[in-house]
Design a protein around this ligand. Structure first.
Ligand code: FBP
Length: 333
């Protein structure tokens, strides 16, 4: 019996005792995210039984064909944070604009989210996830909130993801270490299983869509050639692991070391992944765990953002591999 287990909610309350920026509103927002994770874990597992697989026939703001689960998970996110108080505005992969949820006194945060990461996996029972980044907000109306978010007048103060895999995991940080929880479906509780996660400085896995190899720059092709040389003395070749879900590939690198990258290619001149609700939240997590996130030429979190759905070239994971990737891209090798 898990009587001594640390639940996600208790962990947040304990953090609030020691972390000044862990306000009552932020605590309640995070607990609500835990609740959303439980609902989505149950409903994603039941999706084939409820006719929630397949496409809806629409596209999202960045032109991706929307899956029924993309729309369903986004609706759950909007519903769960509407009128709960702490969230003033929601930025989502599935919404064109920042959606005002509350302008009340408690509404102190902007929630940026990819409600369903890994959409191409929904119909084949492969891992998918939910990504979230939380910004302390300033502004009294839609225009001010959006402008302040885009002009870095808002600070990301918490981030994380939920991974719907063999088990459901929630990983989060509030800027004081990274913690991982596994959902005990019987108890309906996320229980702490990874305390103060530290990303190994070096790994053995690389995650990238090699189907795009010929569209990548020769620098990136040289980086891959370097990783795939047979040289046991330097623990090469690396093993390829590409699940089709950023959250799942990132989770592997976070726990076991390695690197995930999505560079510019013929269809994505600026990379595929979106800064505010895919790259920046995971960059915040990995840096808290001692890893790195970059565009290939600069620290990801230093990137200037002008659009809600702005894309960014992205490399994330162990410090050694990210540094090596940057070296290849800046001709340092
Ligand atoms: P979604 O949020 O729409 O799923 O897009 C992101 C993503 O699916 C990542 O999870 C994944 O790593 C990548 O795109 C896969 O893209 P590709 O099929 O081009 O390799």
């Amino acid at each position: 019996m898990h009587t001594k287990a640390m639940t996600f909610s208790r962990h947040i309350l304990e953090e609030a005792k020691v972390q000044q920026d862990m306000t009552a509103e932020l605590s309640s927002l995070l607990m609500q995210m835990g609740y959303v994770g439980k609902i989505l874990s149950r409903e994603i597992a039941r999706a084939p039984l409820k006719g929630r697989l397949g496409l809806v026939g629409e596209t999202n703001p960045t032109g991706d064909a929307q899956k029924k689960l993309d729309v369903y998970t986004n609706d759950i996110m909007v519903e769960a944070f509407s009128e709960t108080g702490p969230v003033a505005g929601l930025v989502s992969e599935e919404l064109e604009e920042l959606k005002i949820l509350s302008l009340g006194r408690e509404a102190k945060y902007i929630l940026c989210t990819d409600p369903l990461d890994g959409s191409s996996n929904t119909d084949i029972n492969a891992p998918i996830g939910t990504i979230f980044g939380i910004y302390r907000c300033s502004g009294n109306n839609h225009r001010e909130l959006e402008q302040n978010l885009l002009n870095e007048r808002m600070k990301q103060i918490a981030a994380g993801y939920v991974l719907y895999g063999a088990s459901t995991m929630l990983v989060y940080t509030c800027g004081h270490g990274v913690y991982g929880f596994t959902l005990d479906c019987d108890l309906g509780e996320f229980l702490l299983v990874h305390e103060n996660i530290s990303c190994p400085a070096r790994g053995h896995y690389c995650s990238a869509n090699l189907g795009r190899y010929h569209e990548w720059s020769s620098d990136i092709q040289n980086f891959i050639a370097h990783l795939t040389v047979h040289d046991p003395s330097t623990r090469r070749p690396y093993s390829l692991r590409y699940t089709g879900a950023l959250v799942a590939d990132f989770h592997r690198s976070l726990l076991e070391g390695g690197v995930y990258f999505y560079p510019p290619d013929a269809d994505h001149k600026n990379g595929k992944l979106r800064f505010l609700y895919e790259c920046a939240p995971l960059a915040f997590v990995v840096e808290q765990a001692g890893g790195c996130a970059s565009t290939g030429t600069q620290r990801l979190l230093d990137l200037k953002v002008e659009l809600l759905h702005q894309r960014a070239p992205f490399v994330i994971g162990s410090t050694e591999e990210v540094a090596l990737y940057e070296k290849f891209l800046t001709g340092g090798t």
